[in-house]
Design a binder for this molecule. Structure first.
Ligand SMILES: Nc1ncnc2c1ncn2[C@@H]1O[C@H](COP(=O)(O)OP(=O)(O)OP(=O)(O)O)[C@@H](O)[C@H]1O
Ligand SMILES: [Mg+2]
Length: 536
């Protein structure tokens, strides 16, 4: 074989390699964050800002009041304004938060919140400047009558803010919070995966929040249905169960603990002195070793030892599910269903991290078609339904055995609400659109759906029995008069009394008493006691 002529030397190729800033990376790959079409882009910008506003207000224990405006400036060019009543952002932090990708307060902690990556809002700034060249405008007040105003862009090469304008004004009101204005390319629609649907579902899963949406098709107000916030989630330390060699090595380098044993007890959740000593002993290490003296081989031994030690599960009271009251009030206020029920599963653990599932089912009334509403840490998930653990769990339930018509997914007028909350939600990608299918998450979700379905099936069978009785009464009423007259002639008893007697018998009778089958749906539904989650 002829040798190929060398056209480029290693030295020449080395000259082409250089560091890539994270902003450059996402500028090229904005689809990874969901910015792959103009309709979705508008939704993502709104979602990132509203999610942050809800995180900030809740963390400051303030009932959220959010103002959102989407205005068409020209064809496919929009102005988006989001204002909250949160604690605001201190002046020095504003440029970094909006002008640096991967900068945030939530990534390094384990606490239930909507944000976790430190990417959301700066990527919205990046998308806007990329599509219209316009900077974002940020107003922030931490109270006390001062408002800081910035107009900024991102210096993509450096992944740093580029401040275009900066000023401070006295506020005439006592407003505190953040207001952001974006000017970006996009298309506004009001379909199933739209801003409007996101706002509606946000109002359902966050019924303690008020949202005013000034949309291109008019102003809409989503009023709060309750005046109290759910309990505050707690921050936890990592659980050693899921720890890997690289993470352990970094943690050992960063810790202020003086010994290996105290490193285990202070940096991890639920590790007492005995367990720490046990890990050291199984790894063949002295508990008094200074963390910085632990070698790479020692770390591998520790990871192995952890697998052999009996560990206490992480605490599970750190999560903040919505609870029955909020799930049901949220569903009622936005959907006006005929029946609503909910279930909150006990907390469980995936990869050492606690999570919890709650399910709401709303049926009939204002609901005319089936719908699935998926939420992660109270955020509606509108895309990638098919890839999501929640959808997989829904299709895994045999709905017909609960008297609910279905073709894999229910087909009747039913809205299925599933909320997964966790200190770290395992999303399938950076765009945070679908929950990863860890077997324990699938199982918990299915159990929640089955429990809720059982409650709905009881209601449906009761309702069908009542409908059946009413139908029989109508038929008897039609003939009771004539029958009573004939009986009066035969027996001499007064017709009125006979009619009353017939009504009494009919109203207490079951279909079986007439040798008839019970109504279809009531027959299909299993009694709660008979169902032992045997679908798993
Ligand atoms: N409206 C706001 N009020 C107060 N602080 C805010 C507000 N918006 C953003 N922040 C702060 O800015 C940080 C960065 O926000 P950003 O949305 O980029 O990341 P995140 O919310 O931490 O994670 P994610 O990328 O998953 O959304 C947040 O962690 C928070 O500390
Ligand atoms: Mg965020």
């Amino acid at each position: 074989m002829d040798a190929q002529p060398v056209t480029k030397t290693a030295e020449q190729m080395a000259g082409q390699a250089r560091v890539i800033s994270v902003s450059e990376f996402f500028e090229k790959n904005r689809h990874l964050l969901g910015y792959d079409n103009k309709i979705k882009a508008l939704l993502i910008i709104v979602k990132e800002a509203v999610d942050n506003a809800l995180d900030a207000t809740e963390e400051a224990r303030i009932l959220p009041e959010i103002y959102l405006k989407v205005e068409e400036l020209e064809k496919e060019k929009y102005k988006i304004i989001i204002r909250d009543n949160g604690p605001g952002i201190v002046k020095q932090q504003i440029p970094k938060i909006f002008g640096t990708l991967l900068y945030g307060s939530k990534f390094h902690r384990l606490k239930q919140s909507r944000g976790q990556q430190g990417l959301g809002i700066s990527c919205a700034v990046l998308y806007s400047q990329l599509t219209t060249g316009e900077p974002a405008e940020i107003l922030s007040s931490t109270g006390g009558g001062k408002v800081h105003r910035y107009k900024l862009k991102i210096d993509v090469k450096q992944n740093e803010p580029e401040i275009i304008e900066e000023s401070e004004t006295a506020s005439k009101t006592d407003w505190h919070g953040v207001q952001i204005t974006f000017i970006c390319e996009g298309i506004y629609r009001e379909h199933k995966q739209s801003i409007l649907e996101y706002v509606k579902q946000t109002a359902i899963a966050n019924p303690y929040c008020s949202i005013t949406f000034d949309s291109p098709s008019g102003k809409m107000v989503f009023k709060r249905a309750v005046d109290h916030l759910p309990k505050e989630p707690k921050e936890i330390q990592p659980h050693i169960e899921g720890v890997e060699v690289g993470i352990l090595s970094r943690m050992l380098g960063d810790t202020s603990a003086r010994t290996l044993a105290s490193f285990f007890t202070t940096e991890f959740t639920r590790i007492g002195k005995t367990t720490a000593a046990d890990i050291c002993q199984k790894a063949g290490l002295d508990p008094k070793t200074a963390p910085r003296r632990v070698t790479d081989q020692d770390i591998v031994k520790i990871v192995k030892a952890v697998k052999e030690v009996k560990l206490t599960k992480p605490p599970t009271d750190v999560l903040s599910p919505l609870g029955d009251e909020l799930v049901e009030k949220g569903l009622k206020k936005e959907l006006s269903p005929e029946f609503v029920t909910s279930i909150t599963r006990p907390p469980a653990v995936y990869r050492g991290w606690p999570f919890q599932v709650e399910v709401g089912l709303a049926f009939g009334g204002g609901i005319t078609e089936p719908a699935i509403m998926r939420f992660a840490n109270r955020v509606p998930l509108l895309y990638q339904q098919g890839d999501c653990a929640i959808t997989k769990s829904i299709t895994g339930v045999d709905w017909r055995r609960y008297g609910i018509e279905s073709d894999k997914l229910p087909t009747g007028p039913i809205s299925i609400f599933v909320h997964i909350c966790s200190v770290w939600v395992p999303f399938t990608s950076e765009s945070k659109e679908a929950v990863a299918s860890y077997p324990v998450i699938l199982k918990e979700t299915k159990l929640g759906l089955q429990e809720a379905a059982r409650k709905l099936s009881l209601y449906l069978s009761g309702k069908r029995r009542a409908e059946y009785q009413a139908e029989r009464m109508r038929i008897f009423d039609r003939y009771a008069g004539e029958t009573a007259k004939a009986l009066e002639e035969l027996t001499g008893e007064k017709a009125e009394g006979i009619v009353k007697m017939i009504r009494k018998i009919v109203s207490h009778a079951k279909p079986e008493d007439f040798g008839e089958e019970p109504p279809e749906q009531a027959k299909g539904a299993k009694k709660p006691a008979e169902d032992k989650h045997d679908e798993n």
